[in-house]
Every structure is written in structure tokens, then in C-alpha cells.
Design a protein around this ligand. Sequence first.
Ligand code: NAD
Length: 472
Amino acid sequence: MNKSKLSFFETVLAFFDEASKYTEYPVGLLDQIKYCNSVYKMSFPVKHRDGQYEILQAYRVEHSHHKLPVKGGIRYSEMVNEDEVKALAALMTYKCAVVDLPFGGAKGGVRIEPRKYTAEQLERITRRYTAELVKKNFIGPGVDVPAPDYGTGAREMAWMVDTYSALNPGQIDALGCVTGKPVQQGGIRGRSEATGRGVFYGLRHGLSYADDMKKLGLTTGIEGKTVVIQGLGNVGFYAAQSFHNAGAKVIAIAEYDGAIYSAKGLDPDKVQAHRRETGSILDFPGSHSLDRSSDALECECDILIPAALEHQITAENAPRIEARIVGEAANGPTTAEGEAILKKKGVLVVPDMYLNAGGVTVSYFEWLKNLSHVRFGRMSKRFEEASNLALVNTVERLTGQILSPEEKKLVVHGADEIDLVNSGLEDTMINSYDEIRNIYKTTDGVDSLRVAAFILAINRIGVSYMQLGIFP
Ligand code: NAD
């Protein structure tokens, strides 16, 4: 397979083809899985306050309808193009399959640089984009459920759900038309943190295998590990915060306007506060700036976490990467050529389609909450606490051992929404890692976690098509 000069979507197809050799599905079924089911390319005008019109290019791609609804984020970036949206939609299909969620994959994007627009302009753009999706039935709780991605967040999702609800009055499940909403507007606690936290849970679990770590020349566990993060946005910030809180040292952080380094470690909360105050991570007290933002990728570290955009580790810079583990928090940060070089250097690449699945996992919980119209834990928390208290009181009476008020509080605590979300997220990341690792370890010829993850995904999607009776 010639892996050079492939576009992002072609790269995804190439990985798919490599993995499909290890499955037993007929070519027709494999083709049905790999190509995009629907591609909606639109141009629409947005009228700004000064009376000027601007014509914008936007997309929504539904990659696979083997399960409905389809699911995937909305990206606002100047680099949005059809190939990128198709690649990201395909990755969503495989990602949902890898973590066993009942969704097909999709992705959307508007070709704008969000930093150049005011909040009011972004609201107009988001509402108009949503209206275009409604017109063609490309959004809805049972059809296609967008979420935040690069350049969008809870605010954009709130505008989307409001526009969708206004155009579909009385639809009882309307809140489930997007996920990643603010908690006050049908969102779920823990969604903003979910992708970054999932990155942490996934890597922490990978780091718990002594034999795998020995091969990399690393010890097990997070404590003391050095970490470099590219992109201190939604995903990168919460990943950095989780590693820092668990005792790792975040030695470098890169942003679009530069990178900072400190051998002693950077506190992501403080870096974020500094950025809010000054508009940049640069000149953070106690750090020094690197010459170029991309230099951070080449710092010697145990774990490198690209959490910005695709195509960051390429044939050009991969020879200079000095990390032992690359944890792909962003989608498509490593090109096929880049990965081949990392593989030769013995670097473990934990692939995007697994590692950043925490966001869509918690989006699934949010969607379930919206459809059930009840907050998780609402009906059980008090009951659990009363039962736990009765049990503790009985044990205390029978043993004469009395717990301190703090111990009692901990034992009695009934699970509320955030506890259940984090527990479901952690469980998903651990189980899926083990499934991928098992394929990697037991399938002759499979030499990367990425190919193993693709095999897991293809097998699951293939079974769905068989069950649909399309391919007997
Ligand atoms: P975001 O917009 O919140 O953050 C991205 C950050 O990267 C920004 O702070 C931006 O300034 C920075 N950045 C841009 N170019 C950079 C460069 N060249 N070098 C260093 N930093 C740069 O986006 P996000 O939601 O955190 O998404 C980041 C990546 O994670 C994307 O690839 C996205 O597809 C993927 N992802 C996001 C989610 C989610 O839940 N948000 C889920 C899965 C995957």
C-alpha cells in the first residue's frame, strides 16, 4: 500500500483496508461500511448587522446508517473541507463501534475562522446552519445528533437546540437533537470534561500493563510521568488537568501562538487563568517560551498528547519525536507516514478513534437522559443513601466500631449524575482498551493498536449489517 500523499479521508480508507484483511466479510459489505452514506454540502448567506451578506460553505456528512441516529461533532475552522468532514465522519462510525455505542458516524463543519467573528455573528451562523440541516432532515434526536468539536462548544449547542425546537414545535424529544448542551438546557454534568478525562482514563489504563511499559522502557502508573500537550482547548485542558491532578508533570503546552516549557511542571488551571487574563499562554510565570509552537511536539517526554488538529505528526517531524507514548486526543493528528516512523522507533500510538471517544460516550449518556426526561440518580440517590446508612448503623451497632463523620459520609454517599457519568466513562475506556489490546496481542500480523481498533470496529459494524439482513 502506498501511504504517501494521501488525503485525510484516503488515510482513513487505507487503515480500513489494512484492518479489513483480518476480517472475513465479503468485499461488498466492506465497501458498504467504508464509504459515506450521505454528503450534504451547502452554501448559505448570513446577513451581518452592518447589512453585509456573507456566503458560507458548510457540510454535514453521515458516514454510516447501520445504526440510527448518526452522531458526530460540528467543527468551525477555516480548514474545513469535504475530504476532512468525510474522514472525521468515518472516524466517528469506527469510534462509536469501538466503544460500543448504538450510533452511526457523522460530522459537520462550517468553513470559518471563529476568532474573527463576534458572538452575535456566530449565533446567526449557527442558527442558519441548523435551519439548513432541519430543511434536509440532517438533524433530529432519531436521525442525526451533532455535538461540539474544534471551534464549537456548549454555547453553539444551545443555539442549535433552540433553533431546532423553534422549527419543530411540540416535539417531545427535541432536546435530544444535539449533545454537549449547557446543563441548564438539557446537558449532562461532566460532558465538557469528558473527552479530556477519557484520554486520561484510557492512557492510565494502558500504563497499568507492566509488560507493555517494560517494552517502552517505562514504569507503570501516572505518578511522575512527563507529559506534553498540544492545544489547550476543551480536550487538551481537561486531559492536562487530569494528568496534573494524578501526579504527572505537564512539562510543555503548545498553543497556536506559541509554546511554554517548564521542567518542574505546569499547573494547567493556572496556565488557563493566565491565558484568560492576558489572552495567551505565553509568558506564564516560571515557564520559558519555545521558539516555535511545534517545538513542543519534539520535547523529550513520556507521553505526548496532540489535542489540537489533524496532521501534526508527519514524516517530516516524526523522526524528531522523543515521546514513548503518543496519545491521540485530537482526530487524525498522526499521518500514516508519521505513524510508520513512530512504529519503527518503538513508540506506542494510542489511536484517536479509541482515545478521544470519551466525548461521544458521555454524549450518549446525555442523549439517553434527554429521551428519558429524567436526571440520572434522581430517583435512586436518596434511597441508596438511606439503605447505606441503615447498613452502616447496623454494622456499627454489631461491632461497636464507630466511623468518623467523614468516613460515614463517604460510605453512605448515593450516586448522583456526575458520579454515574464518570463511572460509565471510566468503565467504557477500560473495557474498550482491553478489547483493542486483546486483538493487538492475539492477531498475527497486527502491529498497531490502530489496526486492532479498526478490526474491532469493522467486526461490530459488519454484525449490524448482517442483522439488518442486507448481507446474508
Ligand atoms: P477547541 O477548539 O476547544 O481547542 C483546540 C485548541 O487547539 C485551541 O485552544 C486552539 O487555539 C489550539 N490550537 C489550534 N491550532 C493549534 C496549533 N497549531 N498548535 C497548538 N494549538 C493549536 O477544540 P477541541 O474540542 O478541544 O478539539 C480538539 C481536537 O479534539 C480536535 O481534533 C477534535 O476533533 C478532537 N475531539 C474533540 C472532542 C470534543 O468533545 N470536543 C471529542 C473528540 C475529539
